[in-house]
Write a protein that binds this ligand. Structure first.
Ligand code: APR
Length: 233
């Protein structure tokens, strides 16, 4: 019988592409705490600063490329016979650029802006600011990064929960497992009635023993090894 797989990726999946992870970097950007840059309160306090932070990260996407880990996940998707869902906490577009198609961005995307007035979401490649007008409702000053900030509800939770309930295999790749709800996905998959097998790819494996198989390697080596262990060439 075909098996269903759910993959969860975090900042570690993009680390070798040159995008620094959050907690490894000490959680600071230009001496600002990450919480001040990634929260509705921080945006209300200083929207210019927050736009600058995300403009810089959006611009950085042009300078980086998918790595062998992203590419291996696209190969896995193409060769997997059962249900497949890639859930990423990353806001970059490296999975798409590597060829992944069945993926959801639970924390939003750098290359999208959302209008806080009319809720329309727009693809966005360039800088944004407090003087940016919404292309839909024309309101100026209501555009924000389409990023799920601290205290906000992650996207696609219904689809993710449904996939976890049916998962036979779950893999966590490059995520520290400290930010909920994603941190609870491994346990949620383990609790389903399908005897889900759990894999982890991380150079610093989790301290708990929830995972059945830990591949202690960076994503560029660890994801190809994961494919070998799953029997995908
Ligand atoms: N390959 C695989 N894993 C790696 C690599 C690598 N080359 N380098 C580092 N890691 C691992 C680290 O050991 C760590 O466990 O990646 C993880 C990165 O952890 P975090 O920086 O906490 O990133 P993440 O788990 O994605 O954070 C979750 O927190 O701040 C929020 O919204 C933000 O989506 C983010 C969420």
């Amino acid at each position: 019988m075909a098996q269903n797989i759910v993959i969860l990726t975090g900042a570690g999946a993009s680390a070798e592409s040159g995008i620094s992870t959050f907690r490894d970097a000490g959680g600071l950007w230009e001496r600002h705490r990450f919480e001040d840059l990634a929260s509705p309160e921080g945006f209300a306090r200083d929207p210019v600063l927050v736009h600058r932070f995300y403009n810089q990260r959006r611009a950085q996407l042009r300078a980086v490329s998918p790595n062998a880990g992203h590419e291996a996940l696209a190969v896995l998707e193409q060769n997997w016979r059962g249900g497949f869902l890639l859930v990423t906490q990353n806001v970059d577009d490296l999975h798409e650029r590597a060829g992944s198609r069945r993926l959801v961005h639970m924390h939003g995307e750098l290359r999208k802006l959302r209008c806080a007035a009319c809720n329309a979401v727009h693809e966005w490649q360039d800088d944004a600011g407090t003087d940016t007008a919404c292309p839909a409702c024309t309101r100026v000053g209501a555009m924000r990064p389409d990023i799920v900030w601290f205290g906000e509800m992650p996207y696609h939770m219904g689809e993710i929960s449904a996939a976890l309930a049916q998962a036979d295999v779950f893999c966590a790749i490059g995520t520290s497992g400290v930010v909920y709800p994603a941190a609870g996905f491994a346990a949620e998959a383990k609790r389903n009635r399908r005897g889900c097998i759990l894999y982890e790819v991380n150079p610093q494996p989790a301290a708990h023993d929830l995972f059945d198989h830990a591949i202690a390697a960076p994503a560029t080596l660890g994801v190809p090894e994961l494919l070998r262990q799953l029997g995908i060439k």
